[in-house]
Design a protein. Structure first.
Lengths: 367, 637
């Protein structure tokens, strides 16, 4: 019996990457601890987040067991579907809070930009993989166009945060695919030059967010309020923090969105610089494992896609912590694996599941 | 190895793939470096916020969470010399809402109105309070709840979680109108007063205080009455809701004022005036303490405490009787013949008259083509100085004034306090007008005409003084030439330590008047009440008093025109004046009374003085007698 169980266990866990899973579980546990504090010790919130986590881990497990070459097949259809949905949103989408982001599909409402977070890097990785042998400058142009179409549609919604994350993911793929430094430099210059153009294309509230980043005191009760209060929370935490459940900024309701986008302010206030170093370490652990997996990935597709997933994970974490500590504008990006909320948790875990799949299906591909 | 080599080379595919991987890994390494660099950036930011700037942000976080809530001190009370309450605090139940704890205030008030009556005025007042205050303070929606209303609310309390019943102190003036012009009243602090408090650095002590003294003693002794505001440190959330108390320092109650005033005397004065308008100021000649201070009509100061409503305000403000004007303090009247004793003293002092020097009064005095009439047709005949005061001979003073000249007159009168503020301990005093050549040049850019001096001799013309100045001047005669600063407050009492701070009698100056001159004038003033113009009013008095009647013209008479009271509209009739002190040998009280539009001083003003002196010296409560109306004395004053 014992060998059977062992074999069964081995079969079931064959595609789970233990180091990655360990880091993920530690981050999730940390998340639950902070959510308990930031929700004013609401067990309902904690329980609900645990269910979200179980669902996300399930999704991760499923994707860990799907061999990467299956993903190659769905790359193009998923991308096309995503773009079509974004067009539909632009045409028939529902306006919520002044932005047209949601699409009513009868049974439920969906946010197609969420799909594109996976679909865009998948598509680009597939594209470069397909033309691997004959990569030319033209291919990079086409890849850029493939990236710009969905990003443009999302910017128009407007959803600057998501657009930035998706373009970051696309750029990572382009970079890892070997876009020449000369072009990168050229793009950087062109990008710098087009900043004024971009500025004029932004919505008023987006400009306001960027302006208040440089001087949050300009509008302390409006858009600057979030940044001011979260910065105070971080700074007042000091080296060792105020202690779990002891954050005054948190518990006296000065931090907005404190279970979701601004949860890092709560964490930072209660656990201080030492807690922040632990968190940075755990996140780096996930990224490091992702880098190792990607470096050893067997195909260009898995290398590019894995790299994009890893770097996107980094981007989420960096943008979130940067925003809370007041060095980046306020964009709606959750802290991966920590923030309360099912959608982002599932998206993140899906990506991490794919990383596991890349790692654990390597031998099969090679053999 | 170059790329063309690889293409030709048969093993190209694997090597190419290896090169690709190498290429990819270097890119990945760069990306990893980028990640590390960005995380280092984050760490530097965290270090900056949490170590370098920690103190700063900690202070900000503390400021966020701690709110200092003021605890308003009890205002000091005001009592008369016998402990009769003039301004009091009483505790009443108020229904209060803390706007910070309520989501929809309008709906809540609407529901509350089904249990307890809330008038539109209450609502307007509450709206105003919300705008002016911080959200964590609870604000009264209704004040002065009846027991029944409290019971009704208590039964429905569960429906109103954000509303509470609190006991608060309210200001009350039990004597109402009687002391309206002395005690004054408090009222809601307005914007100008806020700015003044800020300028004086007192705004911190007035946090949470809604009221401030507006007029009278309530205003002039504001710093004593207010007390020191206590503070409570409260932890608040971002909505301003109090979570818990961190520390508390108790407030210090304001000090009580004990006055020189006698409430019963004040009441006697008030009653003695009957329906007349006017003012009376009674002073203790020995120290300048004010014994009675009446300006009639008054008003109910209680109306002002919580903000006067428009209809009452309109009534007070537009009344022809002008009840808001403090006549005793700010009203200026020609002194009429009451000025004569001082002019007599001036003439003696400047050597322009000797007491026994006799003039002949034919009933008029001609000067520069004008004829100045004596009140008595045919004149008083031979008049010396004593008689001039007793019978109030106008001709004697026409001549005397002419001989003195206006500058001598004004220099002498100034020392008695005429024409300058007495410095009483309430504000709003008028200086009055003491005419001189210099004054006329300044005021009208005209030179003084000698003929104008003649009218000044009988207290007409430009000069105009407040009843307070008249009282202070007669008190100065009573105490043989010492000028005291009049003061209403006797002492200030600290209610915790029971320490008393006496408002010291302040001797402003002692006049250099020869005793024999003073003696002559004082004898003459006694003569006034014994056989002169005041004799009828003081007939049968059980003490010896000194007095002087006066009549002040409201409208100037044309040349040669005779004043006939019945032909003049009530508001244009002469003002009646009387100054007095008693007992004559050891004066305990000196007073000046003016009765507006009441005609001769002897008839309307002297009887009021008699009643006041009778009460103060003998404790005799007067029968309700209407001054003047029953008397047919038409003797000139």
């Amino acid at each position: 019996m014992t060998p059977l169980i062992r074999r069964a266990t081995r079969f079931l866990t064959a595609h789970v990457d233990a180091p990655l899973l360990g880091a993920i579980l530690l981050l999730m546990a940390l998340g639950l601890i902070v959510i308990f504090s930031s929700s004013n010790q609401s067990l309902t919130r904690v329980t609900s987040q645990m269910i979200n986590m179980l669902v996300a881990l399930g999704v991760m497990y499923v994707f860990a067991n799907i061999p990467p070459h299956y993903l190659v097949r769905i790359a193009l259809p998923l991308y096309v579907l995503g773009v079509l949905l974004l067009v539909s949103v632009a045409l028939f989408g529902e306006i919520v809070n002044g932005a047209r982001r949601w699409l009513n599909v009868g049974v439920t409402r969906i946010q197609p930009s969420e799909i594109m977070k996976i679909a865009v890097p998948l598509m680009l990785a597939w594209y470069f993989d397909r033309y691997e042998a004959t990569l030319k400058f033209r291919n990079y142009i086409i890849a850029t166009i493939l990236l710009v179409i969905p990003v443009g549609l999302i910017v128009r919604q407007p959803d600057l945060g998501t657009a930035l994350l998706i373009s970051a993911a696309g750029c990572y793929v382009l970079f890892l695919a070997g876009l020449s430094w000369r072009i990168i430099a050229g793009l950087a210059i062109a990008g710098g030059a087009s900043l004024p153009l971009l500025w004029s294309a932004l919505h008023d509230y987006q400009r306001q967010r960027i302006l208040t980043l440089f001087d949050p005191t300009q509008d302390p009760l409006g858009t600057g309020y979030h940044t001011i209060q979260s910065t105070i929370a971080v700074g007042s935490g000091g080296i060792i923090g105020k202690g779990w459940l002891q954050g005054t900024q948190t518990h006296l309701d000065f931090i907005p969105e404190r279970t979701t986008d601004f949860i890092f302010a709560v964490y930072s206030e209660e656990f201080g610089l030492i807690g922040n170093m632990l968190l940075l370490f755990l996140i780096l652990l996930v990224i490091a494992r992702g880098v190792v997996i990607t470096a050893n990935a067997p195909t260009l597709f898995t290398r590019l896609f894995g790299g994009a997933i890893t770097l996107t994970f980094f981007t989420y974490a960096f943008v979130n912590m940067g925003m809370v500590s007041g060095i980046l504008p306020v964009v709606g990006v959750p802290l991966p694996l920590i923030s309360y909320g099912g959608t982002s948790l599932v998206t993140i875990c899906l990506g991490l599941g794919i990383l596991m799949s890349i790692q654990t299906h390597k031998k099969l591909v090679q053999s | 190895m170059t790329i063309p080599d690889l293409i030709i080379n048969p093993g190209v595919e694997i090597r190419n793939s290896r090169l690709e991987i190498h290429h990819f890994r270097s890119r990945l390494a760069i990306a990893s470096g980028f990640v590390l660099f960005m995380f280092l950036l984050l760490f530097v930011r965290f270090f900056y916020l949490q170590v370098v700037q920690h103190e700063h942000y900690n202070t900000l976080a503390e400021a966020n969470r701690i709110s200092v809530v003021p605890i308003v001190p009890n205002r000091g009370i005001i009592v008369d010399r016998n402990g009769v309450l003039l301004a009091n605090n009483y505790s009443a139940y108020t229904l209060e809402i803390a706007p910070g704890k309520v989501d929809d205030i309008d709906a809540l008030i609407e529901e509350l109105a089904t249990v307890i009556e809330i008038t539109p005025r209450d609502r307007r007042r509450f709206k105003k309070l919300i705008e002016e205050s911080k959200s964590f303070e609870s604000l009264p929606i209704r004040t002065r709840l009846s027991d029944e209303e409290i019971a009704r609310f208590a039964a429905n309390r569960y429906r109103f979680p954000g509303i509470e019943i609190n006991a608060r102190l309210f200001r009350q003036y039990p004597q109402g109108e009687l002391f309206s012009h002395v005690v004054g009243h408090i009222g809601r602090i307005n914007q100008r007063e806020v700015e003044q408090l800020e300028a004086d650095g007192l705004d911190a002590n007035y946090r949470g205080t809604d009221y401030i003294g507006k007029v009278g003693l309530e205003q002039s002794y504001e710093t004593q009455l207010h007390g020191t505001t206590g503070v409570e440190e409260v932890e608040v959330d971002s909505g301003g809701r109090a979570v818990r108390t961190l520390s508390r320092s108790a407030p210090v109650s304001g000090n009580n004022l004990v006055l020189k005033l006698d409430a019963k005397l004040q009441e006697v004065v008030y009653r003695a005036f009957g329906d007349y308008r006017g003012a009376l100021v009674a002073i203790d000649p020995a120290n300048g303490g004010v014994l009675a201070f009446v300006s009639k009509p008054g008003f109910d100061p209680n109306l002002f405490v919580d903000g006067i409503d428009p209809s009452n305000w309109k009534e007070l403000n537009e009344s022809i009787d002008r009840p808001m004007v403090n006549r005793a303090l700010a009203g200026t009247y020609p002194p009429g013949s009451t000025i004569k004793p001082y002019l007599a003293l001036a003439a003696l002092t400047y050597g322009k008259r000797r007491p026994e020097q006799v003039i002949n009064d034919p009933g008029f005095f001609n000067f520069g083509g004008h004829t100045f009439h004596d009140d008595k047709v045919g004149g008083h005949g031979s008049v010396d100085m004593y008689k001039s005061i007793v019978v109030s001979c106008d001709t004697y003073y026409y001549m005397l004034a002419n001989d003195l000249g206006i500058d001598n007159i004004s220099n002498f009168l100034r020392r008695f306090g005429f024409g300058s503020r007495a410095g009483i301990d309430i504000t709003g005093e008028s200086a009055g007008i003491l005419p001189s050549q210099e004054w006329k040049m300044r005021r009208f850019k005209q030179k003084w005409y000698a003929g104008e001096t003649i009218s000044v001799g009988i207290g007409q013309g430009y000069n105009a003084y407040t009843p307070l100045q008249l009282a202070q001047a007669v008190a100065t005669i009573a105490n043989d030439g010492v000028v005291y600063r009049p003061h209403i407050v006797d002492y200030i009492e600290n209610i915790t330590t029971r320490n008393r701070t006496t408002v010291e009698s302040q001797q402003l100056r002692a006049l250099e008047i020869k005793p024999e001159h003073l003696q002559l004038v004082k004898q003459a003033l006694i003569g006034v009440n014994q056989g002169g113009t005041g004799a009828r009013a003081f007939a049968g008095a059980q003490y010896v008093s000194a007095g002087k009647t006066g009549t002040a013209q409201v409208i100037a008479l044309k040349q040669g025109e005779k004043y006939v009271e019945s032909r003049v509209a009530e508001r244009y009739r002469d003002h009646a004046l009387f100054v007095a002190y008693a007992p004559a040998d050891d004066p305990k009280i000196a007073l000046a009374v003016i009765v507006e539009n009441a005609g001769f001083g002897a008839r309307a003003a002297a009887p009021i003085a008699r009643q006041v002196l009778d009460y103060y010296l003998l404790g005799k409560r007067p029968a309700a007698l209407k001054p003047g109306k029953d008397s047919g004395n038409d003797t000139a004053d």
